[in-house]
Design a binder for this molecule. Structure first.
Ligand code: ADP
Ligand code: MG
Length: 281
């Protein structure tokens, strides 16, 4: 295929670099005299607007790969470029700057500040980015609305279900308008319905053009994305387009109606502060 045809088909200039590009990446950990080769020569490109699942057994190197993609760690060997700019040799401070500007993280354990409202959690990255208070509030409210949490802004983590906490974490990841959302096992702590709800949110974000890379070891979760990359023993063992992407809103609609406790969740009142405090040892 000619470059010109590629450009037309992909609706993207032929000379535009991949959003994320990893080439010949090795990561070796040295600990207590033991050497662990967690990545052994990985090549991976992600274009703007993709929705990718990185899959593999426990210990295969998924989190190591994610840490490098997210500028949380550097490769031992090899090259990592974001938007065509090499970041593999940046200092820790420079990496932190790239990370804050370009990457939105979502973790398995939500990683929200406890005893802090949903709104304040979402505002936090903007505090570090020196966004003024009024704009912070506006953007945080909009981000919470975009994940369906209008009306829950003042709830703390203990007053939210796991699925709702993960939605707060997604709003927090979005709020500085990152180039990519990286999610490490985002449904790992959730029941099946909440997992599909989270996948519906990622699908909605991706439809709006947001690039999403998520790690999962659950094959059914990977079917909600558009591309599945498998990691095995520190190498990519397969990389395939998803033939029939599952539609999360349709899957949710097909689930049996919510039981009483699920329904109660929607009309649940916030727990009064003193009651919440009294429950603690
Ligand atoms: P996964 O996320 O697929 O479970 P990881 O990337 O966490 O895999 O780990 C890959 C390998 O590297 C494993 O053998 C793990 O024990 C090892 N490893 C991961 N992080 C470290 C570390 N900080 N120090 C030493 N070994 C590590
Ligand atoms: Mg992991």
């Amino acid at each position: 295929m000619s470059l010109k045809t590629t450009a037309i088909l992909s609706d993207r200039p032929a000379n535009e670099p991949p959003l994320l590009e990893i080439a010949g990446v090795h990561k070796t950990y040295f600990m207590d005299g033991v050497t662990v080769k967690a990545l052994r020569g990985v090549n991976l490109s992600v274009q703007r607007g993709e929705f990718v699942a990185i899959m593999g057994a426990s210990g295969s190197g998924k989190s190591t790969l994610m840490n490098i993609l997210g500028c949380l760690d550097r490769p031992t060997h090899g090259v990592y470029k974001i938007n065509g700019i090499e970041v593999s040799h940046l200092s820790k401070n420079q990496l932190a700057t790239v990370r804050n500007r370009q990457i939105g993280f979502v973790f398995q354990g939500f990683n929200l500040l406890s005893r802090t409202s949903a709104l304040e959690n979402v505002e936090m990255p903007m505090v570090y980015a020196n966004v003024q208070a009024e704009e912070r509030r506006e953007r945080a409210l909009a981000a919470l609305a975009s994940v369906g949490l209008t009306g829950r802004e003042n709830h703390t983590s203990s007053q939210l279900s796991g699925g709702q906490q993960q939605r707060v974490a997604i709003a927090r990841a979005l709020v500085n308008k990152p180039a990519v959302i990286l999610a490490d096992e985002p449904t790992g702590n959730l029941d099946s319905r909440s997992s599909i709800e989270i996948m519906a949110i990622f699908q909605g974000l991706n439809e709006r053009g947001i690039t999403v890379v998520l790690i999962t070891h659950e094959p059914d979760i990977a079917q909600y994305t558009k591309r599945n990359v498998r990691v095995k023993d520190g190498l990519i063992s397969s990389d395939e387009a998803v033939a029939r992407q599952l539609n999360a809103p349709a899957e949710l609609a097909a689930l049996p109606p919510l039981e009483q406790d699920g329904l109660a969740d929607e009309i649940e009142q916030p727990i009064p502060e003193e009651q919440e405090g009294a429950a603690l040892p």
